[in-house]
Design a protein around this ligand. Structure first.
Ligand SMILES: Nc1nc2c(c(=O)[nH]1)N[C@H]1C(S)=C(S)[C@@H](COP(=O)(O)O)O[C@H]1N2
Ligand SMILES: [Mo]
Length: 353
């Protein structure tokens, strides 16, 4: 008996082109997600998950088609590269699914979500090399009009439905994944002073700071530079949630000085647009001045003096920003006219100085 037409083998070049679009989509949303901390960005994480499921289905279709070529793998470098690409892609997808269902791995300072990010980024150079050897654009004859459109729409809808079912399955199984935030992060040590994970982005690890020798300067595009000792710092309080891109979050009452008060005291010049928070290590991040006003430089968490690992004597609390922007061991607040783009590099290399 003939198969119904909608079950006939999908056009190879259209599958490949869709796979390319799908991978570009999940890599892009994955990178954007690292900069997304507010609930208004939940769609980035949602579409990343649905996109991952669609890519998984397309990979399965493609592997079913090209399986027989694997025998040549030992002889041909190009085929070997394709096999490596397939393995890394499937590992990236599997690690994402495993994370969603609450799995953990211990890789020293990194965990399963870091592994997922690493594998996802590794797909990019492998895919570019694969395209270089094997790329063929689909022609208009490859698109069978409405049928192709319907099929791919159905695929995305099925991906979204599967993603929804995941939520129900997670809740029913009561996995560690069922309590995820919209960012995918799981709770650790909230309201417990210093009892939450100590994380350095790459290798930042300064010697403990001496509170007598330390001071905070507020400078740059300001009318009057300030130099403050530890004991000069006011103790306001605000509640805020730190959400690290390695997959945990922690919410605390932070005590410290409101950045708005520091700025009022120093008097930003009219053309000041950014505020850069700078660590003794060279690690730094900046916020638009209006947002910086709402941030805090904390000396304490839940009434406990910050431990060295958490940035004693002073760390940035930047509500709605991802953890890597919450600079630790701050010694300078620099008001600037333009954004300091070197901070994007500084957060990777500050530990190696
Ligand atoms: N100076 C400095 N600040 C830093 C980091 C760092 O490596 N160096 N890591 C950031 C990252 S990735 C996170 S998630 C938070 C973690 O803060 P914690 O160690 O207090 O949990 O600090 C951020 N601030
Ligand atoms: Mo982080």
């Amino acid at each position: 008996m003939d198969r119904p037409t909608w079950l006939s083998a999908p056009n190879a070049r259209v599958v490949d082109a869709s796979l390319l679009i799908g991978v570009a989509f999940v890599v892009t949303t994955g990178v954007v997600s690292l900069y997304s901390g507010r609930p208004s960005r939940a769609w980035v994480f949602l579409t990343h998950g649905v996109g991952g499921l669609v890519v998984a289905a397309l990979v399965a279709l493609k592997l079913a088609r090209v399986r027989h070529r694997l025998r040549g793998a030992a002889e041909s470098g190009v085929v070997a590269l394709s096999v490596l690409l397939a393995v890394v892609t499937m590992a990236a997808l599997a690690s994402g699914v495993a994370w969603v269902f609450g799995a953990s791995v211990d890789l020293g300072p990194w965990g399963l979500l870091n592994l997922h990010i690493g594998l996802g980024l590794l797909v990019v150079p492998l895919l570019l090399a694969h395209l270089y050897w094997r790329f063929g654009l689909p022609s208009s004859a490859d698109f069978e009009g409405r049928r192709t459109a319907l099929r791919y729409t159905a695929l995305v809808v099925a991906g979204a439905a599967t993603y929804r079912l995941q939520g129900a399955a997670n809740a029913a199984l009561e996995t560690a994944g069922s309590e995820r935030r919209f960012t995918g992060s799981r709770e650790e040590g909230s309201d417990d002073g210093n009892g939450f994970p100590v994380t350095s982005w790459v290798a930042d690890d300064p010697a403990p700071l001496d509170r007598q020798a330390w001071s905070l300067s507020v400078d740059g595009s300001v009318e009057e530079s300030l130099d403050l000792d530890y004991d000069d710092l006011a103790r306001n309080e605000r509640r805020a949630l730190l959400d690290c891109t390695s997959g945990w979050y922690s919410e605390h009452d932070w005590q410290g000085v409101a950045v708005g008060e520091l700025l009022d005291a120093a008097g930003p010049e009219d053309d000041a647009e950014w505020v850069s928070f700078r660590s003794v290590t060279g690690y730094r991040w900046s916020l638009p001045i209006e947002e910086a006003r709402e941030a805090m430089l904390a000396t304490h968490a839940d009434g406990e003096e910050l431990s060295h690992g958490h940035g004693f004597p002073l760390r940035l609390v930047a509500p709605g920003r991802r953890g890597f922007q919450w600079v630790k061991w701050v010694e300078e607040v620099r008001v600037t006219r333009r954004r300091d783009h070197s901070e994007r590099l500084a957060i990777f290399v500050s530990g190696f100085r």
